[in-house]
Design a protein. Structure first.
Length: 172
């Protein structure tokens, strides 16, 4: 697993683009409302939180390098099973960044997400995309970690949302 959020940024969209499910891949930098990739990469939020992607981007899986991919819901379930579903603290960053122990080096941090209506939320949780779409729905599965909570939540997110992703190495 990546030890930080993906940062691949071939283009950047302001938060008001992509909510209308235009069918396009969109990438966002929290709080950045421009379209210049070079400028977006100079933002503190890019360095700290990585890139936020809509689900079309996840399906294209371009943000993961060759030999890596966006994990499915079942791959997240394997991770949860290996550490125990009530062991989310082992994945969260240690204080003062967050309320975990980071025993496994996953280094999860609180990250804003871009909601389907085109705004950025607060920084109280981490909500990672999986590559698993929910059939006959405008949603796809995410994996949510919350402040003060030691469990994972399978979280249905609108496909127009902008969430971070972690890449996982392909099976050999």
């Amino acid at each position: 697993w990546f030890a930080e959020n993906a940062r691949y940024l071939p283009s950047v969209s302001p938060s008001n683009l992509g909510w209308e499910d235009d069918g396009g891949a969109h990438a966002y930098v929290a709080g950045y409302e421009g379209t210049s990739v070079e400028e977006a990469k100079t933002q503190n939020e890019y360095d700290e939180y990585g890139t936020l992607y809509n689900f079309v981007s996840v399906q294209e899986s371009l943000m993961c390098p060759q030999g890596w991919h966006v994990p499915s819901l079942s791959e997240w379930d394997v991770l949860k099973g290996s550490i125990g579903i009530s062991s989310a603290y082992k994945l969260k960053s240690a204080p003062p960044v967050w309320d975990g122990t980071n025993e496994l080096g996953f280094n999860a941090i609180r990250v804003p997400v871009r909601t389907s209506n085109g705004s950025f939320t607060d920084y109280s949780k981490a909500d990672f995309w999986t590559s698993t779409s929910i059939e006959d729905s405008d949603n796809a599965w995410g994996q949510e970690l919350n402040t003060g909570d030691d469990t994972f939540t399978d979280d249905p997110n609108g496909k127009g949302s902008g969430n971070p992703i972690r890449c996982i190495k392909d099976a050999e």
